[in-house]
Design a protein around this ligand. Sequence first.
Ligand SMILES: Cc1ncc(COP(=O)(O)O)c(C=O)c1O
Length: 402
Amino acid sequence: MLNSRLKALPDYPFPRMRALLSDIAPGDPSGLNMSVGEPQHAVPDFVADILDRERAAYHKYPPVAGTEDWQEAVAGWLERRFSIAPGHLGGDHLVPLSGSREGLFSIGFVTIDRRKDGQVPLVLMPNPFYQPYAGAAIGANAEPYYVNAEADNGFLPDYESLPEQVLRRTALCFICNPANPQGSLASLDYLKKAIRLARKYDFVVVGDECYSEIYDAEVPAGILQACMELVAEGEGDKDNPFHNVVCFNSLSKRSNLAGLRSAFMAGDPVIAGEFRRLRNYGGSPLPLPVYAASAAAWRDEKHVIENRTLYRRKFDLAEKYLAGRFDFSRPAGGFCLWLNVGDGEQATRRLWQEAGIRVLPGAYLARPGQNGVNPGSGYIRLVLVHGEDLLEPALAKIATIL
Ligand SMILES: Cc1ncc(COP(=O)(O)O)c(C=O)c1O
């Protein structure tokens, strides 16, 4: 009576980690949870004010396509952030989402057909990866195809080198940029190559860009920006520069609003139109006060700049305690550290046992790659979401214990 295909999805990493630690008492009950990527910085004040001001609108069913104000705010932000000339992006290119996770999961239903090249379709994803990518594949009757993102390829999956028969079967491909968990950035050149591949083999390429506003020295490129550059260079379709390409972004990390559940998909209007049509059946649009507060958040950069400054200071702290150890590299983007500790599960247990610090074993974020080896086994992931006052002692303990 249950859908047996879903058994192909292992339990989510967090319950697995809790089970791993269930027989151990935490060394320090007031330790720190560094496993969940939930930003702990302050919510911008104006967001709470708008939610309150607009509260009378909670009685209304909100529009699936978003309000005009929200559409303008999101399109305007994308144009400014990714050098997209006005006129290329509007409501037709957008899908509002209650957090990007649900969209990254349901994009599979929108884009994966029964067969591709006469076979079960494939979904390409980096390995390790954000777990809903595998949900998107399996939920839509396709097979995940894990492409290792390791130190020797700069933690970027090399999709171009995949065999022809794999690319022909591919229906969907995920790029996480900046990458969770490794913090690497995909260059515009990398993104352009992925777009060319998607068009050549007729699959959809997704840029998961929810960490795009948290970065160190280099400003992360966006996949829609890469589409516009291709058109400027005479490639692609001027009338639909985003053909086969979509990006996802979110207020969760950019604006410390993970609990607001406010995000969007943007790009190819054919995909966006079909996605909006589907969401009339099973989607959960954002409440009107949330559309209003989100529009204001996308229009404001001041809080985003302040937020980024806080993360850079935390990168400094991480560097102070961990440089030269565990193959530490200062994240170019995002807020995760990906530390090579030899045995990720064992290190997770030790940090919990000795200091009450929770981290995630890297193996839970990855699957055995095409070579049969799980590329995350030697790693732990920890997130720099807390304030410096909590973070600094925790980093010092991690450096001592491991
Ligand atoms: C890589 C990546 N993509 C997407 C998301 C989803 O974020 P949200 O659903 O809060 O927009 C997360 C959250 O942790 C993430 O790490």
